[in-house]
Design a protein around this ligand. Structure first.
Ligand code: KG4
Ligand code: ZN
Length: 385
């Protein structure tokens, strides 16, 4: 089955043609095109929704056109459309949803609406174009050669960590998700982005902070990194709180720069200039921040693995690209003698793209008439579509 996926929930405009093989065989990426307005948001230090949606309008048709061209297919050969219907920024979502509806009407196709958060998880069912060098056989999105057991097994536990959401869900089957925990305030990606901004690092903060942090850890492998608290880790739930980290980091930045006057509030951080003196502290602070976020995520995930005993553990969302999170999770489960099938998509498939939207649509095949599709920025990971 050939699916044209469309994703426009934030500042990326993505189109992908993907082929669902069999329920056991994964979804092969035939093309995956992503345009981003991140460059514009870098100038303001964060996404301006109005600017993001204007860029979506400019990019959507060329992106879809290119996705079809790269897959060497015409619109008539596509079986169905799939589009992110939420959550996300309303202006951005509307561009994808209305475009999908128009194309569905013109091409006489159905549409499968996809929840963006559930979509992220399906990056774990994608088959990369990349072939194994020796055998020339295709690999799945974790880089394993495609064979019968190369996709996640149910029940699976999925940690979805993106810029706006942090959710832990138990997946009993496709379309059967139970939410077991999440953030009470900021998302993990938001914690990376906002603290990176406090350190004067460019947008998007997560990958930039993580690069500096990883370099620091390489140079200081034995250093204990426990400057910042790991809130709620000892509580008997699967929830997180990341909002306190911003204030804790701001206090350290003030101290390091010698400018700890009370009038520098968190809300003023865009005006707060990191002085030359504090610049030398940035790598250590970046490593401390990353460690606090990563430790908190791992602690509750491992606790949930012990309680629910899933067969697979799946990382998903932009923060799943974080190397320290991937490596430390594997070390932690090994140290606790837990045997679990661990999956994390290759980094480019963790961040927003339309290939996982198509994969999610394939495994949750509920085509809808175009008239019945609406954008909903408020969807949660377990919302009915
Ligand atoms: O899933 P995503 O691409 O978009 C949303 O749905 O939000 O996630 C974007 C988030 C941003 O907060 C970004 O800083 C974070 O993922 N991110 C990372 C890394 N790569 C992306 N955070 C930490 N380390 C990374 N390597
Ligand atoms: Zn996302």
């Amino acid at each position: 089955m050939l699916i044209l996926g469309i994703e426009t929930s934030c500042d990326e405009t993505a189109g992908s043609v993907a082929e669902g093989l069999t329920l056991q065989g994964g979804v092969k990426i035939l093309s995956s095109i992503t345009a981003t307005s991140a460059g514009i948001h870098a100038r303001t230090g964060g996404v301006i929704p109005e600017a993001a949606s204007r860029k979506q309008i400019e990019a959507i048709i060329p992106v879809i056109d290119l996705a079809l061209k790269e897959a060497k297919l015409s619109s008539g050969q596509i079986d169905t459309l799939a589009v992110t219907s939420g959550p996300g920024l309303i202006g951005s979502l509307l561009v994808g949803v209305e475009t999908a509806k128009t194309l569905a009407f013109l091409w006489k196709k159905a549409i499968i609406p996809v929840n963006h958060l559930v979509g992220h998880i399906y990056a774990n069912w994608l088959i990369k174009e990349l072939k194994d060098r020796k055998t020339k056989k295709p690999k799945n999105s974790s880089g394993f050669l495609v064979q019968s057991s190369s996709f996640p097994q149910f029940p699976a536990l999925a940690l979805v960590v993106s810029g706006g959401h942090t959710d832990l869900v138990l997946m009993k089957d496709h379309g059967n998700l139970e939410w077991i925990g999440g953030t009470r305030d900021d998302a993990a990606g938001e914690a990376f982005d906002k603290t990176a901004r406090l350190l004067g690092l460019p947008y998007p903060g997560g990958p930039n902070l993580s690069k500096i942090a990883d370099d620091y850890i390489k140079k200081h492998p034995l250093e204990k990194l426990n400057l910042f608290p790991r809130p709620m880790v000892h509580e008997d739930n699967f929830d997180w709180s990341f909002s306190g980290l911003k204030t804790a980091v701001l206090n350290e930045v003030k101290k390091a720069s010698g400018n700890d006057s009370a009038h520098v509030k968190l809300s003023d951080y865009e005006k707060f200039f990191v002085s030359g003196k504090s610049k030398s502290e940035i790598p250590k602070l970046a490593a401390e921040i990353q460690e606090a976020i990563v430790d908190s995520l791992i602690k509750k995930s491992v606790k949930a693995i012990i309680k629910y005993k899933p067969k697979s553990f799946l990382l998903a969302g932009g923060v799943a690209a974080n190397t320290r999170l991937r490596e430390k999770f594997q070390k932690q489960v090994a140290a606790e003698n837990i045997h679990i099938d661990f999956r994390a998509p290759v980094p480019p498939l963790c961040t927003d793209n339309a290939a996982y939207i198509a994969a999610c649509a394939y495994y949750n095949y509920k085509p809808v008439d175009w008239k019945k599709i609406t954008a909903n920025p408020e969807l949660t990971i377990t919302s009915e579509l």
